[in-house]
Design a protein around this ligand. Structure first.
Ligand code: KG4
Ligand code: ZN
Length: 372
């Protein structure tokens, strides 16, 4: 019965989790999992500032270590293995979590495990499953987050083949950038999903790019929304940045330029919700079409989805439906395991440990770490 403590600090979320494997090969027991978000700290700069992120990791990580140890009634000396995300991500952020895990491993004389953030996402749909490593059945896996959009062929634990990835924006990045254009708060995905719920997904005809390829492209869709806005008399919020956060969270129709935007939205109260629904449906169509095509091509019977965008209920529903229609089993992770968290890192570490893996404490972080 191994107890793992994992840290996740790849970007702007500080997370710590303690997970215990069970001897009877049933799913592991999550003893504690804490996530500290830094959205508020970066907001005024309009994007993630790496130095602020790493300073905050240094501030939050010790607090979360105490909180998770207390909540799980575990003394850190009773932890069997310390794990941390070692990439991909921001170098100065990764370094904080990895250094703490290495320090604890050295201090308590326990093993250290370096975990790929993408493997954490990829394995998260199996979190509650039984049989550890053997439970990771061959599947086609869709990872959709703010930084990544990827199709991966999973043969077994640690045996992965990337079959497609985005050539420009990630799906979550497209949600965030379009939300920003519409004056919505960061992160944009949940904001757009909320508004899209009552909207008409067929009102605006937006592009579905590269449907014949296994790679993805979402920047054309984002540009199509930008060109559409003036035509429907909405002035886009022009500054975009990378993974931008909206500086003002009071929702659309606020600043000077938004007078006309609010005028257009006020004239047609369905405009905003229909636009959100049409945009969301364009993303979902692309994700569903390519994932089903890949599952058919590689002849698997299981399809999984993970990452922050997979919190989207409509995406989950449509993927599930398409899988049922085409005879594939479908697995997703519960929402708290979809956005960045340390429980998924602890789970990947537990499976790797059971499979005999261990890392050297001299192993460096790698901001560009690849999955395969
Ligand atoms: O996995 P994650 O927490 O971080 C990365 O590894 O990037 O994903 C964050 C992304 C953001 O872009 C956010 O807008 C998106 O996930 N997201 C959603 C939803 N919830 C989060 N996108 C669409 N619908 C949602 N409900
Ligand atoms: Zn992530």
């Amino acid at each position: 019965m191994k107890t793992i403590l994992a840290l996740e600090t790849s970007c702007d979320e500080t997370a710590v989790a303690i997970l215990r494997g069970r001897d009877d090969h049933s799913g592991p027991e999550l003893l504690a999992s804490e996530v500290a978000s830094q959205i508020a700290e970066h907001e005024k700069y309009g994007g993630i500032v790496p130095e602020i992120a790493s300073r905050n990791h240094l501030l939050y990580a010790p607090r979360l270590l105490n909180r998770t140890a207390k909540a799980s009634k575990i003394d850190l000396s009773d932890i069997d293995t310390f794990a941390a995300t070692s990439g991909p991500g921001l170098a100065s952020s990764l370094m904080v979590g990895a250094s703490i895990a290495k320090g604890l491993a050295i201090g308590f004389g326990k093993p250290y495990l370096a975990i790929n953030h993408l493997e954490g996402h990829l394995l998260s749909p199996f979190f509650s499953g039984a049989n550890g490593e053997a439970g990771i059945r061959p599947n086609v896996s869709l990872i959709v987050s703010g930084g990544h959009t990827m199709l991966v062929r999973v043969h077994a634990l640690c045996d992965y083949q990337v079959i497609g990835r985005t050539v420009d924006d990630a799906a979550g990045e497209a949600f965030d950038k379009v939300a920003k254009m519409l004056g919505l708060a960061y992160p944009g995905g949940p904001e757009i999903e909320k508004l899209a719920r009552d909207g008409d997904p067929n009102r605006f005809n937006l592009p579905r790019s590269m449907l014949g390829s296994e790679n993805f492209s979402f920047s054309g869709l984002k540009t199509a929304v930008r060109y559409l806005l003036p035509k429907i008399r909405v002035i886009p919020n022009e500054s975009e940045g990378s993974r931008n956060r909206s500086v003002d969270q009071r929702g659309p129709m606020r600043d000077q330029s938004s007078c006309e935007r609010s005028f257009a939205f006020a004239q047609d109260d369905k405009l905003l919700i229909d636009l959100c629904a049409s945009f969301q449906q364009a993303i979902i169509d692309v994700l569903v079409t390519k994932t089903i095509a890949a599952a058919q091509k590689y002849d698997v019977d299981l399809m999984t989805v993970s990452g922050g965008v997979s919190c989207n209920q409509e995406l989950r529903r449509q993927l599930h439906e398409a899988c049922s229609r085409n005879g594939f089993e479908f697995k997703n992770a519960e929402p708290s395991l979809c956005t960045d968290n340390a429980a998924m890192i602890a789970f990947a570490a537990l499976l790797r440990l059971q499979a005999g893996f261990e890392s050297q404490v001299t192993e460096e972080i790698d901001p560009n770490l690849v999955l395969a």
